[in-house]
Design a binder for this molecule. Structure first.
Ligand code: PLP
Length: 389
């Protein structure tokens, strides 16, 4: 078990620690010289680093390497995919509307390059799962548009029925984009069975470096128009000299994450232990999305009356990093739009905390968390120990 004084990190959905193998690779590549677009030996060396990483990232999502375009992260990938202008079989296609679920990350919720008037929210149920009948009602008989639904939610870990959503999109002539930022390395990714035309990835959620991500397409014949134009990098799909070290680190982390994902789900046992431990201390603890399929690294919970901001500070003082509300807005005191979309009352949503496990966590961290949890509840809300569910 970590020593009492050792800080522990349970906020991997905000960003996982860099894997040592990715760090080593990046340091090696940082010593290289040259631009991957140059034809000389130095340039070719940089190019081969990029192509090796492309292969590794493609494998992570069962795609061909040509389908992978490197960009600066999940936000840019979402901005790239969420465009009304695509190229399909060499001809431009204009997508009429963006159908986005109400629990998306802000980089999708903002609608990318679609006009505000062309963005249609798709509701979720009380567990945060897209309501298929409502989606169908919205898209049937409409001009071709783009449906965008995340694979798994960053706050709750709730997974979406992607194959069913992709089926509805395709059957009605729409394109389908999946933000798989939280899914990569934590659940199998299968663009074919999801019928996803484009996928968003971000390296830093599974132990790659920050500031690098990818747009992956199902077919290179159907691609979103570039967000950044300039040189012909990335097959004319994303201009700008490539960040070779970050791309190489991304590829290395992708290989490691895929290996872990292919073996037993080592988070499942830890999640069970966490949830049992939370309830042992506070029987009335609410676990969001508890009854539906969730990532096994994520637990989002609330104890009525125990404000998340207060609990977060108490955890921090004990050297335990967890999160309240949305991953990318830790520290912001506002109610989570995800919980609101799920119909959670503001008073309860203000109590929501998130634990997200990552490659560097083991049972020792879970044990330490539960020890601190017991202490914090005793201090902040002792009556919660006796409140029934
Ligand atoms: N999509 C989801 C689901 C996320 O959780 C995040 C970040 O938390 C992003 C997109 C943005 O990714 P990035 O931080 O690489 O821009």
């Amino acid at each position: 078990m970590p020593r009492r004084s050792d800080p522990i990190y349970l906020d991997n959905n905000a960003g996982a620690p860099l894997r040592p193998c990715a760090r080593d690779m990046m340091i090696e590549v940082l010593n290289d010289t040259g631009n991957a677009s140059s034809v000389h030996a130095h340039g070719r060396q940089a190019r081969s680093r990029i192509e090796a990483a492309r292969e590794a990232v493609a494998k992570l999502c069962g795609a061909r390497s040509r389908a992978v375009t490197f960009v600066s992260g999940g936000t840019e990938a979402n901005m790239t995919a969420l465009t009304p202008v695509w190229q399909d079989q060499g001809a431009p296609v204009y997508l009429d509307k963006l159908y986005k679920s109400t629990v998306e990350h802000p980089s999708v919720l903002n609608g990318g390059r679609f006009a505000v008037a062309d963005q249609i929210p798709v509701p979720v149920d009380g567990n945060g799962v897209v309501q298929l009948s409502e989606l169908e009602e919205l898209v049937v008989g409409r001009e071709p548009g783009l449906v965008s639904v995340m694979a798994a939610n960053n706050e709750t870990g709730v997974m979406q029925p992607l194959a069913a959503i992709g089926e509805i999109a395709e059957a009605n002539g729409h394109f389908f984009h999946v933000d798989a930022v939280q899914a990569a390395g934590r659940m199998p990714i299968d663009m074919e069975s999801w019928k996803a035309d484009a996928l968003t990835l971000s390296a830093h959620k599974f132990g790659g470096p920050q500031g690098i991500g990818a747009v992956v397409v199902r077919s290179t014949a159907r691609v979103p128009s570039p967000l950044l134009t300039g040189g012909g990098q990335e097959n004319w799909r994303r201009g700008g000299t490539e960040n070779v070290a970050a791309i190489a680190g991304f590829g290395t982390a992708a290989t490691a994450a895929l290996e872990e994902c292919a073996t037993a789900d080592h988070f499942a046992h830890m999640k069970e232990k966490l949830e049992t431990g939370l309830r042992d201390v506070c029987p009335g603890c609410v676990i969001f999305g508890e009854t539906v399929e969730r990532l096994s690294n994520t637990v989002c919970f609330a104890v009525p009356g125990m404000l998340a901001e207060t609990a977060l500070i108490a955890f921090d003082l004990e050297g335990v990093s967890v999160s309240s509300g949305s991953a990318c807005s830790s520290g912001k005191v506002s109610v989570s739009h995800v919980l609101t979309a799920m119909g959670v009352e503001d008073d309860l949503a203000r109590c929501a905390l998130r634990i997200s496990l990552g490659w560097a966590n083991g049972e020792a961290e879970v044990d330490r968390f539960l020890e601190v949890w017991c202490k914090i509840v005793e201090r902040l809300n002792p009556q919660a120990r006796h409140q029934a569910a």
